[in-house]
Ligand binder design. Structure first.
Ligand SMILES: Cc1cc2nc3c(=O)[nH]c(=O)nc-3n(C[C@H](O)[C@H](O)[C@H](O)COP(=O)(O)O)c2cc1C
Length: 340
């Protein structure tokens, strides 16, 4: 069946507009892995294997989180466009599916808006010393609890040694370095610069730094320099990602159910949009969870109990320069849509 022969839950053009707006959702490496499959009475949400990361996301946790951020953004954009939809989880790895969007009841009115979905962006630059107010932290804890998760709040000071170790592991991993280069668009001349991936502006690189990254991550140079201190150098160059005061929030979940990682991704969008409305920015840093040498310590630092494990790690705070001066991440045209 083709899209045009089906009778979708809402007119396709309206659904597509909402799907396009939701493609502003945060997602690992900006691969935009989501795939919407339009069926007669629902829209299946899945992923495209070519947009799933490999060594940088060994358990595909970030993939499922990114699908969750997208689903939550989509539901929010749909509600604002007058469409009452809900997500029905139905995880199936073989079918590359996490569930379906079906007609639903009206969502509770929320302060989260499409304008926030459009404007939200990651912050990878320097931070001011200003502290996140306790009331904002309290609200985040409550939002997490209402979603069936717990947020641990860790001072950046306590997280820094783990972050530095994790960066060292990250930059020393040849597969991760290869994948980072594959998704980096270090010059506007890159053919996919306007499409996806991590561009020089998003990575807060000036021209010289972008050229250095292109050189250092080229496989021959990387192999030659890795034993000669390249990893330490790259870790030092990432110091803005590990320095400063403030706090880190860690979403903790129980068990290993992949579907709960999708739900945690939905929570990421809720937390992130709420923080964004307060002028607070976020920098997720997944490698602290993926690095075998830091995940145990992180679990302890978070005071995890009863089988809780860290699912998402993100630094929160106030950017030292104006993030809105930076363009939003590029999106693919008609991102991730296949006919049924
Ligand atoms: C699950 C998840 C994991 C992420 N991990 C990292 C990370 O480890 N380091 C990082 O700099 N950004 C990370 N990000 C941020 C994404 O790279 C960013 O959302 C994406 O490039 C789109 O940019 P935007 O958020 O500014 O729209 C992550 C985002 C998500 C949703």
């Amino acid at each position: 069946m083709t899209e045009t022969e089906s009778t979708p839950i809402y007119p396709l053009d309206r659904l597509r507009r909402v799907a396009d707006a939701a493609a502003r959702a945060a997602n690992a490496h900006n691969t935009q892995p989501w795939d919407l499959r339009y069926r007669p009475d629902h829209v299946e949400v899945g992923w495209r294997a070519e947009y799933a990361l490999g060594p940088s996301d060994p358990s595909h946790r970030d993939l499922r989180l990114s699908l969750g951020t997208y689903i939550e953004s989509l539901l929010l954009c749909a509600a604002e466009a007058g469409m009452a939809l809900r997500f029905e989880p139905d995880y199936d790895a073989t079918a590359a599916r996490v569930g379906r969007i079906v007609p639903g009841q009206w969502l509770e009115p929320s302060t989260r808006s499409v304008a926030d979905v459009e404007a939200r962006r990651v912050w990878r630059g320097a931070w001011t010393p200003q502290q996140v107010p306790p009331a904002v932290i309290g609200r985040s804890l409550k939002t997490a609890e209402e979603s069936g998760f717990r947020v641990a709040v860790v001072p950046t000071d306590a997280a820094r040694p783990l972050l530095v170790r994790a960066y060292h592991w990250f930059f020393g991993h040849a597969g991760i370095a290869r994948e980072l280069l594959a998704w980096a668009r270090l010059s506007p001349r890159h053919p996919d610069y306007q499409r996806d991936g991590l561009n020089d502006v998003m990575l807060v690189l000036n021209k010289a730094e972008a050229a250095a990254m292109r050189m250092f991550f080229a496989p021959v140079v990387y192999r030659a320099l890795r034993p000669l201190g390249l990893v330490r150098l790259l870790t030092t160059l990432s110091s803005s990602a590990t320095s400063g005061d403030g706090v880190v929030m860690v979403i903790l979940g129980k068990g290993n159910d992949p579907a709960s990682e999708v739900e945690a991704g939905r929570l990421v969008t809720r937390l992130w949009l709420d923080l964004f409305r307060d002028g607070i920015y976020v920098h997720p840093q997944s490698h602290v969870i993926d690095c075998p040498d830091t995940v145990g310590d992180l679990t302890r630092v978070c005071g995890a109990r009863d089988g809780e494990r860290p699912l998402v790690f993100f630094r929160v705070g106030y950017p030292a320069t104006d993030p809105s001066a930076r363009p939003r991440h590029p999106r693919r045209e008609r991102a991730g849509t296949t006919s049924a």
